[in-house]
Design a protein around this ligand. Structure first.
Ligand code: FAD
Length: 397
């Protein structure tokens, strides 16, 4: 391992999505860039993302897909480095990809293709990337800039970029380092919680749902005035699937979520029609045809009394329809950072310039990527924020 240089124009701490994009952008401008990461490999989250195929952006990315205490903050960066800019880079490198659903772009092969592309670009930009580098201290210099002390030596720099990500999946090297640096420089933080994370359910629900574990249903879910129409998956611990991961970012402990099990249908009208056409058919059979047999068995065993349709009054049918269109359930908790895809909250965006990501209180200090209080929906939006915020800082450091 060669000695660290004594000076670099820019030091970026964190060689993940945002840090690598920042290194590429700054390096292209002729800046001497040093990227330091404590992990044994760079871009681990890129490699594990999208089930190994990296959902690297979304064709429909726009500011409305992001949560932040200030929803306007992300607009500037997202408009200056768009999904089309990243797709352009992917195409230029000949990385094969496809749209899976809802504008989500995935690699045809492996996430490694995206990491290799970023590393080739870093190489072209002559960015110096070091792994196994523990950061011991950061100090400001009297004549401006910073010194960064690490287990590999001390380096001075003019600009320091913090790109150390959030707290999710600690086993992949996630740390609260970026938040500590923000605190060191007097920047406020927004409370951090796991986002895009499965819900756990109480034992009585788990017992009832047990036969459904592993099965998925297309639903609409709503909580705190936000709704998503995607799949729900029953798990051993509770509920997951894209619809649930999405709504988890809007959920607070104790909140009830509302599930529409049949978002495609006016169930009451349909049941009335079935009552006319198939009066002796059991409600369970009809629900089994609309959803799955198992689902109908579980729901009719525990929550809805199944009878032949001609034995259910109009009022009773209406009640059943209302219930299934607005099923209320209160999750016990989330699975936490162990399985969360992102961390909500982080460095308060009011402390940063939305154009450059520079801290207003400390010239030359920048925060990019997930460490900032900007969190995307599921579907490639979080990487798009990493690329866009990395680019915004890379243009000025
Ligand atoms: P990271 O990519 O987390 O990079 C941070 C880097 O900083 C790491 O290399 C880490 O080793 C380093 N670091 C941390 N602490 C220190 C320290 N103290 N000293 C030195 N270095 C440090 N988003 C999508 O858009 N699409 C997806 O398909 C997708 N899939 C995901 C799947 C999983 C399982 C997970 C967990 C997340 C997924 N995400 C996805 C979210 C996405 O991975 C993150 O939002 C994104 O990686 C954030 O980029 P970042 O550069 O800010 O942080």
């Amino acid at each position: 391992m060669s000695q660290l240089p004594t000076h670099s124009d820019v030091i970026i701490i964190g060689a993940g999505a945002a840090g690598l994009m920042c290194a590429i952008t700054a390096g292209r401008r002729g800046r001497k860039v040093l990227v330091l990461d404590h992990a044994n490999k760079v871009g681990k989250k890129i490699l594990m993302s999208g089930g190994g195929r990296c959902n690297f952006t979304n064709m429909y990315a726009e500011p409305g897909n992001y949560l932040s205490a200030n929803p306007h903050f992300c607009k500037s960066a997202l408009s200056r480095y768009t999904q089309w800019d990243f797709i352009g880079m992917v195409a230029e490198h000949g990385v094969p990809y496809h749209e899976k659903t809802l504008g989500q772009l995935f690699c045809d092969n492996k996430s490694q293709d995206i990491l290799d592309m970023l590393l080739r670009e870093c190489d072209k930009s002559e960015a110096d990337i070091r792994t196994h580098c523990e950061i011991l201290a950061i100090k400001t210099k009297e004549d401006g800039g910073f010194t960064v002390s690490s287990n590999q030596g001390e380096v001075a720099c003019n600009s320091l970029v913090i790109a150390t990500g959030g707290l999710s999946i600690p086993t992949m090297g996630a740390t609260g380092f970026g938040y500590q640096v923000a605190t060191q420089f007097g920047l406020s933080l927004k409370p951090r919680t796991p986002g895009l994370v499965p819900f756990t359910l109480g034992q009585s629900h788990l017992d009832k749902f047990a036969p459904l574990v592993g099965s998925a249903v297309d639903i609409n879910v709503e909580c705190n005035n936000q709704s998503f129409r995607e799949a729900l998956l029953f798990t051993h611990r509770g509920i997951s699937g894209p619809a649930i991961l999405q709504i988890s970012s809007y959920w607070q402990p104790g909140d009830t979520i509302t599930i529409n099990w049949l978002p495609n249908l006016q169930l009451n009208d349909f049941l009335e029609q079935m009552k006319r056409e198939r009066p002796k058919t059991e409600l369970r059979t009809i629900l089994g045809e609309l959803l799955t047999k198992k689902w109908a068995q579980v729901f009719c065993e525990h929550w809805i009394e199944s009878k032949p349709l001609n034995q259910l009054s109009g009022q009773e049918l209406q009640k059943i329809a209302d219930r299934l269109h607005a099923w209320q359930i209160t999750p016990a908790a989330t699975e936490g950072y162990r399985t969360a895809e992102v961390t909500l909250g982080g460095v308060d965006v009011n402390e940063l310039s939305s154009k450059t990501m520079e801290a207003k209180k400390q010239m030359g200090l920048y925060f990019i990527g997930e460490v900032v209080d900007v969190t995307g929906w599921l579907g490639g939006f979080n990487f798009q924020w990493a690329w866009a915020s990395g680019y915004a800082a890379g243009e000025v450091v």
